[in-house]
Design a binder for this molecule. Sequence first.
Ligand code: FMN
Length: 174
Amino acid sequence: MSKIAIFYGPIGGAVNRVANKIKDAIGEDKVEMVAVKNATVADIEKFDKIIFGVSTVGKDTWDSEYSSNDWGKFLSEIGKTNYAEKTIAVFGLGDHITYAHGFVDHIGVLGKELVKHGASLVGKVSTDGYEFEESEAVIDDEFMGLAIDEDFEPELTNERVASWIELIKPEFGF
Ligand SMILES: Cc1cc2nc3c(=O)[nH]c(=O)nc-3n(C[C@H](O)[C@H](O)[C@H](O)COP(=O)(O)O)c2cc1C
């Protein structure tokens, strides 16, 4: 079986922590972890099954002024290939208290970029059980991927990851 790649960034924060939980739940031997920091489209093209992990750290983070940010650089690589034949899912970290009007926005930014390039995203999650005002990640009452808040709801992370793993399992075939 081909490996499932988890492309994550930044290194060493909440995204990294949740990426590790997802890796453990799928099974370490079935997963390849790829930090987006120095990754390019060539790394994406090695895999047919990919989970992308991102945090939202301010609207401006991905603008050129902040291009030293891991995802700031990597986002431009996303659009250099096509995802129609790949299995793709996204998870994202956010803070639903401080950023209630832009909760996990970057799941939406990234998700829309992937869809623009042919992806049919799997692992969309109902907004039921989440509290926030607005999010770019929501379409028809569903997040485009798994939303996690390690800042204010860390006690829900394991349960949210476990449900999501069940949701994506048939699609990823692990
Ligand atoms: C400067 C800054 C801006 C942030 N902006 C947002 C935001 O717009 N929406 C959101 O949901 N979370 C926002 N957050 C919260 C982070 O997404 C959250 O703390 C996340 O767990 C960070 O993960 P990381 O350490 O892997 O980057 C922000 C955090 C910081 C420090």
